[in-house]
Design a protein around this ligand. Structure first.
Ligand code: ATP
Ligand code: MG
Length: 697
């Protein structure tokens, strides 16, 4: 006969009782809700994240042990912040919680259980670059020769595999959706996927997607481990649930399968990761998956002034899909937001920097300000202007524009022309060509150095022949192309036109290279076209190189290092700004074709996803949103074209009054100078350009 004997575990002491006092009634209802599936569908800034944190405290107070609580956050930083708060209220228990991003939690679990699925627990996490090598080997296993036949390159294969895993869709569906031109190769693509998986298992390697995939496999296919984890998961809490993909929501459901005590919070109007496979239906269908679930709402926004919210609400009113009703503010009236048409990108950068410095003078900390943008390259001129004026800034996760691989590739060529002794740039640029690896690069560099005297640093005549003669068979075509491109770039007239050099690179081979190699090859080409436009502002190669030296010197400093305590302005893509807040928010490059992006016009639902992105950007602001865009922009053909203000600006710019205060004001910029008496006098005004623009649209 068996009998149950219970061991009493000590409760965590919650040191303060007022964790409920700082919440409103709706929030308290969420925090104290009885165990069971719970969906909180609520707008921006209504305290979802705060409420989730306090629910953790409440669960601890109820006697649930920290080990039994799983808290999933969008970034590890968010997890840290939430845990700090828990720590304030409960003392040092937070390390015992299983908290962090999906990847973080999966990694922790797999460290204990990977051996159950054919791995060893000391598996290595594969960095993206190394994963590419493994993929290339897997392609060879299957007998694919991407150089000889039409087949996705290793990088693209990686991206296809990643999307397949994250959406849990069959591979043929993914090929159809993402790379239809390879549809005839679907069967082989599937074979490569399998070979890729086998290789990784053999080498005890997991890439980032494997962490999630294998986490699910453990839960789904290894009953003993699943039971252990499901017993443990007495409470599962998920923030930013609207942006989970299918794989992630499966994991959550499996984890919560036993206790069914799952709390998810999210805002359908902020779902912005569709392009990566996130599916807002995970949230919208929550109630079908959990028929006995409760739904609670939070309706009061604590973050923003009524003026900021009036702006944000208006944006959603223009959406095709219906979202929940307007956000209500509890805060007193604030200032109006600003729409600022700028002459061009340079004036846009100048304006933002001057305005930021002015706000600092008024006592707003740099830490309380952010500049947000749709795409990384939109901040290029701004980064340069900030460097020039010595304003400290951080670029939120994501490389600074000039540190991105494709930008560095292009710059390597320019550098090599500028300084033919630059071995690093030589190696980087020649290795971009078919069949040229380290060995060939070494050999060619030796040859080049030996002949430098005679060749005068120019890639011509005899030197070219010599290079070709030392190149191995496999590398010949690549070296030939390299020599051709460099020859074209090195023409004397080019030295006056760095922008032309960049365009030549793009057209001669680098555009194709990106297209072949990356699913987002188009976007990368856009970055480079933008770089060319930017270079057009410099009189010659040398001036351009000098400016870049400044940027690089700065980049070499560790941004997170010594100066950590210094106040810094945040530059961030909107995607990365999720869940965060600042007093003043600048949204730049609000022009049609940029934000919303050109690409979104072609995709079904594309513009609505952009609109939600815009909504996310404005709802980051507590006190003021400043929206800017250039009216004139130099395009590829060097002519200045008129840009049209974004539809998102058009939709809100005529909003009038909320409470006592106007909601939006348009600012007309004029260049000015300070005369001897200290009087500020205008030089030019933007009103003319403004009128042209309106006449156009
Ligand atoms: P987002 O949708 O952007 O993720 P959210 O719903 O998660 O927003 P929080 O970040 O939790 O909202 O809260 C927004 C701001 O409002 C924070 O500064 C938070 O501290 C504050 N706040 C939330 N609830 C209250 C409250 N009851 N009293 C005072 N301030 C509050
Ligand atoms: Mg939040």
């Amino acid at each position: 006969m068996a009998k149950t004997y219970r061991i009493k575990k000590q409760r965590v002491a919650v040191q303060t009782a007022d964790y409920l006092a700082v919440l409103n009634e709706e929030q308290r209802a969420v925090v104290t809700a009885a165990p069971g599936p719970l969906l909180v569908l609520a707008g921006a800034g209504t305290g979802k994240t705060r409420t989730l944190t306090h629910r953790v405290v409440h669960l601890l107070k109820q006697g649930i042990r920290p080990e039994n609580i799983i808290l999933v956050t969008f970034t590890n930083r968010a997890a840290r912040e939430m845990l700090n708060r828990v720590e304030d209220l409960c003392g040092s228990v937070s390390r015992r919680l299983l908290a962090g991003t999906f990847h973080h939690i999966a990694n922790r679990v797999l460290r204990d259980h990977a051996s159950a699925i054919g791995y060893q627990n000391n598996f290595t996490i594969l960095a993206r670059d190394d994963a590419k090598e493994v993929m290339a080997a897997a392609m060879a296993d299957v007998g694919v020769q991407p150089k000889k036949q039409r087949f996705p390159k290793a990088e693209m294969m990686q991206q296809l595999v990643s999307y397949t895993i994250n959406t849990q869709k069959p591979i043929d569906e993914v090929v159809l959706e993402k790379a239809p031109r390879f549809l005839d190769q679907t069967a082989r693509i599937g074979e490569v996927c399998r070979a890729y998986v086998q290789r990784k298992v053999r080498m005890n390697l997991m890439d980032f997607d494997d962490l999630l995939m294998n986490f699910k496999v453990l839960l789904n296919e290894v009953p003993a481990v699943a039971k252990l984890l499901q017993d443990r998961a007495m409470a599962v809490l998920v923030d930013e649930y609207q942006d989970t993909n299918r794989l992630q929501s499966d994991i959550v459901d499996l984890l919560a399968a036993k206790h069914q005590n799952i709390t998810v919070v999210g805002d359908d109007a902020q779902s912005i990761y569709g392009f990566r496979g996130a599916d807002v239906n995970n949230m919208l269908h929550f109630e079908q998956r959990y028929p006995n679930s409760r739904r609670l709402a939070l309706t009061v926004n604590y973050r923003s002034t009524p003026q900021v919210l009036a702006l944000a609400n208006e944006t959603l009113r223009h959406a095709d899909e219906g979202f929940q009703k307007d956000l209500q503010s509890v805060r007193p009236d604030g200032v109006a937001s600003a729409v600022v048409p700028c002459r061009d990108v340079y004036q846009q950068a100048e304006f933002v920097v001057q305005r930021v410095l002015e706000l600092v003078d008024e006592g707003v900390s740099l830490d309380d300000m952010a500049v947000l943008y749709r795409a990384h390259f939109h901040a290029m001129e701004l980064q340069v202007e900030l460097l020039r004026q010595g304003v400290p800034f951080v670029v939120h996760s994501g490389l600074r524009f000039f540190e991105q691989a494709h930008i560095r590739d292009v710059l390597a060529y320019l550098r090599l022309i500028y300084n033919p002794n630059d071995e690093l740039s030589f190696r980087r640029s020649i290795k971009l060509h078919e069949g040229v690896g380290n060995a060939t690069a070494d050999q060619l560099w030796r040859e080049l150095s030996a002949m430098r005297e005679q060749s005068n640093g120019q890639f011509q005549g005899k030197l070219v022949e010599a290079l070709l003669s030392v190149a191995g068979k496999r590398a010949k075509a690549g070296v030939k192309k390299f020599v051709e491109v460099v020859g074209e770039l090195a023409q004397p007239k080019m030295l006056k036109a760095p922008d032309e050099m960049i365009r030549i690179l793009l057209e001669s081979f680098y555009g194709d290279y990106l297209e072949q190699k990356f699913l987002n090859g188009r976007e990368r080409q856009d970055d480079i076209a933008q770089l060319a436009d930017y270079a057009a502002g410099y009189e010659d190669l040398s001036a351009f190189m000098n400016e870049l030296a400044l940027v690089e010197e700065f980049a070499a400093e560790d941004p997170q290092g010594a100066e950590e305590k210094e106040e810094t302005l945040t530059l961030s893509s909107i995607h990365r700004s999720k869940g965060l807040e600042w007093s003043r928010v600048f949204v730049i490059w609000l022009a049609e074709g940029r934000f919303p992006s050109e690409m979104s016009f072609r995709e079904p639902g594309g513009v609505d996803e952009e609109r939600r992105l815009f909504y996310v950007s404005t709802t980051r602001a507590k006190d003021e949103v400043t929206m800017t865009f250039p009216m004139l922009h130099r395009q590829r053909d060097q002519a200045q074209v008129l840009m049209r203000r974004s539809r998102f600006v058009e939709e809100v710019e005529d909003l009038e009054v909320e409470g006592e205060m106007p909601i939006v004001e348009t600012w007309l910029l004029e260049d000015a100078y300070e005369d001897e008496e200290g009087e500020i006098l205008p030089i030019t005004t933007n009103e003319d350009a403004e009128q042209i623009e309106q006449g156009e649209s």
